[in-house]
Design a protein around this ligand. Structure first.
Ligand SMILES: NC(=O)c1ccc[n+]([C@@H]2O[C@H](COP(=O)([O-])OP(=O)(O)OC[C@H]3O[C@@H](n4cnc5c(N)ncnc54)[C@H](O)[C@@H]3O)[C@@H](O)[C@H]2O)c1
Length: 444
């Protein structure tokens, strides 16, 4: 599958199909073979996608043709599988969290560096057009000086949605018990931490709280029985920005990302849709006052004339690493084909994550003999943040970070984009006219 650097995937469970969904977007990736400790899993995935199946991990790692290993195993296997792959001389891309212990994280990075190999880790959503657009808008000064950043990760009360029956495209069950045992913070907080740290740099210290809030989410025994399913953390970035990130599987779906400066706000509805629209709202006296009205806050039609919520801005879209153009695996729209239209509507509404973009970046870095984005120091920092937030407990913690990374530069392709978001940062003529009219009315 594909025609580029040869990749071996270990772990053919639920998330494997997510990677397959956008593999075709990346001409620099060739899926050479797969392995899983459960032979039934690897054979099912192999026959579904027509892939070479290795008898076990050792056989895949012993194949000199495989240059990069992608570790999609369950969290508790990340350490042993990544370590074995590095020892076999392969570059590794791991699912998140990298590992569940900081000593192991440092050991893996040291091992990679000692062998001249690269280790990269999901999530990759800071490379999405949505995150890159938000980053470029901040860099252009579109909202002035950023003061606070809010990120929500309420992923629905999933225990009410019968997750026992969820299946991936090729038939892997969603490992709901395991997800409860690992906890939504280990599983999810990295998605928000990654774009926040990419844009605002390293965190100096954090204050966090986490708690098990859903004792009734399953009647099955869990080990451990009380992994936190709610967490909240305040992040004190070295740059002076303050962030707040919340994770739960108790509250209805809310994945909002909001960057608030002293002149306006950039926001997007979800990180999960890599091409989720981004809005830029320059603050005006009118928009800030209008928000006080309940009807304006609850009715998007009323928000429009007051500039509340801002304007949708064009997304920065660049070819992924290792490619010179953008490929849509769905091809051109077939307007006469109802199934095609429904598929597109579903993708637009539910979103699509291009999980392979991180692998494409690592592969491109290997080919160019340059460091991958965002680098070893960044993934250690993200791992420390993730582990500290989940471990905070109901009494809360203050944690001074022991890892840091050099603040990242906006990727070159995005920097070179001809879009300058300062031009969207001024109130529109509509905002100015409504502002005048309302000011007059107010005075009378
Ligand atoms: N499920 C999701 O929605 C989702 C989304 C994003 C990321 N992830 C991440 O993806 C990773 C895998 O999650 P999943 O949902 O696919 O889990 P899963 O349980 O469905 O699949 C994991 C697979 O890894 C295999 N495995 C475990 N240990 C192994 C080992 N030592 N050697 C070889 N194979 C091994 C298992 O047999 C299984 O097939 C996790 O890190 C998870 O956090 C999951």
């Amino acid at each position: 599958m594909g025609d580029g650097m040869k990749i071996g995937i270990i772990g053919c469970g639920y998330v494997f199909d997510h990677y397959m969904a956008t593999w075709e977007k990346h001409p620099n990736l060739e899926l050479f073979g797969i392995a899983d400790q459960d032979a039934a899993r690897s054979h099912r995935a192999g026959s579904y996608y027509g892939l070479r199946v290795y008898t076990d991990n050792a056989a895949l790692l012993a194949d000199p043709a495989v240059e990069v290993v992608v570790n999609l195993t369950s969290i508790e296997s990340h350490y042993e599988v990544t370590k074995a792959a590095l020892e076999a001389g392969k570059h590794v891309y791991s699912e998140k969290p990298l590992v569940t212990d900081m000593d192991q994280a440092r050991e893996l990075v040291a091992l990679a560096e000692a062998r001249g190999l690269w280790l990269s880790c999901a999530p990759s959503n800071m490379l999405s057009p949505t995150s890159q657009t938000m980053w470029k808008a901040v860099a252009d000064g579109a909202v002035g000086d950023v003061r606070v950043v809010y990120a929500e990760f309420d992923d629905n009360p999933i225990y009410l949605m019968e997750p026992e029956g969820w299946r991936s495209r090729s038939g892997a069950p969603w490992p709901y018990l395991h997800e409860y045992e690992m906890g939504c913070t280990w599983e999810h907080v990295g998605y928000h931490l990654s774009w926040m740290c990419a844009i605002f740099g390293p965190v100096r210290a954090l204050t966090a709280f986490s708690k098990h809030t859903l004792p009734d989410k399953t009647i099955q025994p869990l080990d451990p029985p009380d992994t936190p399913d709610f967490s909240v953390a305040c992040l004190d970035f070295e740059s002076g920005v303050v962030g707040r990130v919340t994770c739960s599987i108790a509250a209805p779906y809310d994945h909002r990302m909001r960057i608030i400066g002293n002149r306006g706000m950039i926001h997007a509805d979800t990180y999960r849709h890599y091409e989720c629209p981004v809005y830029l709202e320059p603050f005006t006296k009118l928009s800030l006052n209008a928000r006080k009205a309940r009807s304006v806050r609850t009715n998007t039609l009323l928000q429009f004339p007051f500039g509340v919520g801002g304007r949708r801005v064009p997304l920065v879209r660049t070819p992924p690493p290792g490619a010179d153009h953008i490929v849509d695996p769905m091809g051109k729209p077939r307007w006469w084909d109802l199934r095609d239209l429904l598929k597109r509507a579903k993708r637009a509404q539910l979103g699509q994550q291009d999980k392979c973009v991180g692998i494409a970046d690592l592969t491109d870095a290997v080919a160019q003999n340059s460091p991958p984005f965002p680098g070893h120091a960044f993934i250690l920092h993200l791992t420390e943040l993730t582990l500290a937030i989940q471990a905070a407990g109901p009494d809360g913690i203050s944690h001074r970070m022991s890892t840091r990374f050099h603040p990242l530069s906006l990727p070159k392709a995005t920097q070179d984009s001809c879009l300058n978001f300062l031009s969207f940062a001024r109130p529109s003529w509509r905002d100015r006219v409504s502002s005048r009219v309302l000011d007059r009315l107010h005075r009378h």
